[in-house]
Design a protein around this ligand. Structure first.
Ligand SMILES: [Zn+2]
Length: 81
């Protein structure tokens, strides 16, 4: 009886590690990684140097390493100098 119980216990641990132990862990890690990837995929926002408007860097006008929301703000920045 004791030998059978030990055998079942070993089989149980092996089956748990082979099926139950691995698959949920891998799924969790992938989900966490994908969520962190989503954070990095979010478009970076830039703030206009003149009026403070937030926009994506795709929409921003980059001039001398500073971002502006429109040509008007860019012209204002150049007049101030
Ligand atoms: Zn602006």
């Amino acid at each position: 009886m004791i030998f059978k119980l030990i055998l079942f216990a070993i089989i149980g641990v092996v089956v748990y590690r082979f099926l139950g132990g691995k698959i949920p862990l891998i799924n969790k890690e992938r989900k966490e990684n994908s969520s962190s990837d989503d954070f990095t995929k979010v478009a970076p926002t830039a703030q206009c140097e003149i009026c403070g408007t937030y926009m994506t860097e795709d929409d921003a006008i980059i001039y001398h390493k500073k971002s502006y929301c429109s040509n008007e703000c860019l012209e204002k920045a150049q007049k101030d100098r």
